[in-house]
Design a protein around this ligand. Structure first.
Ligand code: 9UX
Length: 71
């Protein structure tokens, strides 16, 4: 079991970008797996809990990308 969090990320344009985002998100405690869909600009995080945009945004920014906040 696990909680799934899906976020939209701006700025990923290649598989190196995908790997950077995956590595950054996998560094978080309580993250079990991360998959990134380059075409959809999304990252799907499975973990022992859900993750909030506020805690994910700085991690994604540090990797060089931008969390797109849902309107
Ligand atoms: Mo290459 Mo992806 O610079 O940014 S890692 S396009």
């Amino acid at each position: 079991t696990g909680e799934t969090t899906v976020v939209t990320i701006q700025g990923m344009t290649c598989q190196h970008c995908v790997q950077r985002v995956k590595t950054a998100l996998q560094s978080l405690d309580e993250v079990q797996s991360v998959t990134v869909d380059l075409a959809a600009h999304t990252a799907t995080i499975i973990g022992s809990r859900a993750f909030t945009p506020d805690e994910l945004a700085p991690v994604i920014k540090k990797a060089g990308y931008t969390l797109l906040h849902k309107k």
